[in-house]
Design a binder for this molecule. Structure first.
Ligand SMILES: Cc1cc2nc3c(=O)[nH]c(=O)nc-3n(C[C@H](O)[C@H](O)[C@H](O)COP(=O)(O)OP(=O)(O)OC[C@H]3O[C@@H](n4cnc5c(N)ncnc54)[C@H](O)[C@@H]3O)c2cc1C
Ligand SMILES: NC(=O)c1ccc[n+]([C@@H]2O[C@H](COP(=O)([O-])OP(=O)(O)OC[C@H]3O[C@@H](n4cnc5c(N)ncnc54)[C@H](O)[C@@H]3O)[C@@H](O)[C@H]2O)c1
Length: 458
């Protein structure tokens, strides 16, 4: 059957639902197509389940640290089935909320199935052809499976399937020390598994500054996580009762025996099965859809939002893509992608939060800068909480006096970063923040102090 709409949104992830509802409430006839779970990765297999499980892991960790705080909780054991049930309840509530919201929106037709292009203005979903003048792709990404020796011969976990485990792995080998790898490694160690994390780079979280990676390394080591960096030639082999993970690296024994292997080496965009060629939409060599500042693809009536456009892969960036598109199309705004500051958190404990440029990027760009840094061992709130790993680091442009970027690792870093981001968005000099009064005792109260102690970046 052929159906005509003003707009078609493909994917009910982090940009699609808000966009579909905004267009529909603005009077447009909208189709939203989703082939799997409402809420996409973030709600079902990404942020929501992992942060719910990180909370369980944190509680278990604190209980084990009881003697540090003056109590004993006895032998702390984690029931992964109960952790999973708690996670599922949170996820299901969020997923059904998205679905109900979409189905309850006037002018919005929800269609379940896989969409693929038939032409630049039409998509096929099963036997139906949907036509519209504007098409918005919010198709997300999936775990990347590396072509490493032995990959087809052993069972492996991804960030999706690991969420379904009900028994604790005896020994979890985590391949990849980025966001997914670090968050799951610490979580499963705190649940009680033996954990080895392997990365081909020389350090964990290799995109961060070296001092940030060093803190994560220190925290993981203190919790008994085995770390194998420079693991350039990982290969897998089934051996009796375990998976033999071969590692070619100079610094340690050449293999480990794991019970489970988690692959966490990155993600690939879901653009391979959209039949983009018939619509004339270009992709880059990794499958991402290049977009302009307003999120338009090379085909004027087709937009790409969220992970599939390769312009960051976070829920807040996907949502911001929606805001840019909706404000420009419906409110006559002139918002663009470059208005957005890079900002994110790695939800290890303590969390790492970052905004703007990193120190190594400031150095590479040859910007004359000032730097302020304070260890969490010199932050009252961190000392009081008994969580003194990490630091506050802020870089300021020597000429404009504007903040270039900041990295915080420590308790509450994922919240405290926002006052720095707000100062940057307001395009105000660092002195605005340096002279502001923050609440005592908080981690954020040291941000003005750090800005009062700036020194030239050597
Ligand atoms: C383990 C993990 C933890 C994460 N934690 C965080 C975090 O703490 N904070 C953060 O900001 N980000 C986090 N992320 C990243 C975040 O989940 C993604 O950046 C975000 O979900 C991207 O949203 P999206 O809308 O682009 O795509 P998605 O949420 O992936 O949604 C895409 C949707 O499109 C549907 N779809 C795809 N192709 C088609 C088709 N052809 N037809 C119909 N439907 C289709 C899919 O089924 C899916 O529902 C995490 C990711 C992972 C994997
Ligand atoms: N807290 C968050 O916001 C959060 C959490 C999870 C995921 N995410 C999103 O999901 C994306 C994917 O996360 P990810 O951790 O899978 O990817 P990533 O790119 O962050 O990290 C991948 C890691 O794997 C390593 N690696 C790559 N190939 C390898 C190989 N063959 N052998 C050994 N190591 C190898 C890399 O050096 C890197 O450290 C992130 O970029 C992020 O946008 C965000």
């Amino acid at each position: 059957m052929k159906q005509s709409f003003d707009a078609i949104v493909v994917g009910a992830g982090q940009a699609g639902p808000s966009l579909a509802v905004r267009l529909a409430t603005g009077g447009q006839k909208v189709a939203l197509v989703e082939r799997h779970l409402f809420g996409g990765t973030c709600v079902n297999t990404g942020c929501t389940p992992t942060k719910t499980m990180v909370a369980s892991a944190h509680a278990a960790h604190l209980a084990r640290r009881g003697p540090d705080f003056g109590f004993t909780a006895g032998d702390v054991r984690v029931d992964l089935r109960a952790v999973k049930a708690r996670k599922n309840a949170v996820v299901e509530r969020s997923r059904s909320g998205v679905e109900k919201w979409l189905r309850g929106t006037e002018n919005c037709t929800v269609i379940q199935g896989h969409a693929a292009f038939e032409s630049p203005r039409s998509l096929r979903v099963g036997d139906d052809i949907l036509e519209a003048d504007q098409i918005f792709l919010n198709v997300g990404a999936r775990p990347l499976i590396p072509d490493m020796p032995g990959i087809g011969t052993v069972p492996y976990l991804t960030s999706t399937s690991i969420l379904e485990l009900e028994e604790l792995p005896r020994h979890l080998a985590v391949v990849g020390g980025g966001y997914v790898g670090c968050e799951f490694a610490q979580m499963f160690r705190r649940f009680g598994s033996e954990v080895t994390i392997l990365d081909m780079h020389g350090r964990l979280a290799p995109r961060e500054d070296e001092d940030a990676s060093a803190v994560i390394h220190e925290v993981f080591k203190a919790e008994g996580i085995d770390i194998a960096v420079n693991a350039t030639c990982i290969h897998l082999e089934q051996s009796e009762g375990s998976i033999h993970v071969g590692i070619k690296c100079d610094e340690r024994a050449p293999h480990i025996e794991a019970s489970h292997v988690l692959l966490a080496i990155g993600r690939a965009p879901n653009t391979h099965d959209l039949n983009l060629a018939v619509a004339g939409v270009h992709t880059d060599d990794r499958g991402y859809i290049p977009v302009d500042e307003q999120l338009r693809t090379n085909v004027h009536n087709i937009f790409a939002l969220g992970d599939c456009n390769g312009r960051a892969a976070f829920t807040h960036t996907a949502y911001n893509d929606y805001e840019i598109v909706a404000d420009n199309l419906l409110n006559g705004a002139a918002r663009s992608l470059s208005d957005r500051l890079p900002i994110y958190a790695l939800f290890t404990d303590p969390p790492l939060a970052h905004v703007g440029l990193r120190e190594h990027e400031v150095r590479e760009r040859g910007i004359r800068a000032l730097i302020g840094k304070r260890a969490m061992t010199r932050v009252s709130r961190a000392i009081e909480k008994g969580e003194t790993f990490g630091f506050i680091k802020i870089l300021v442009d020597e000429h404009t006096q504007h903040i270039l970027g900041a990295t915080l690792i420590g308790p509450g870093a994922d919240e405290a970063i926002h006052c720095i981001a707000t100062c940057m968005y307001a395009r105000q000099p660092a002195s605005l923040l340096a002279h502001s009064v923050h609440i005592h005792p908080t981690v954020a109260e040291l941000i003005p102090t750090v800005l009062g102690e700036l020194k030239p970046l050597e």
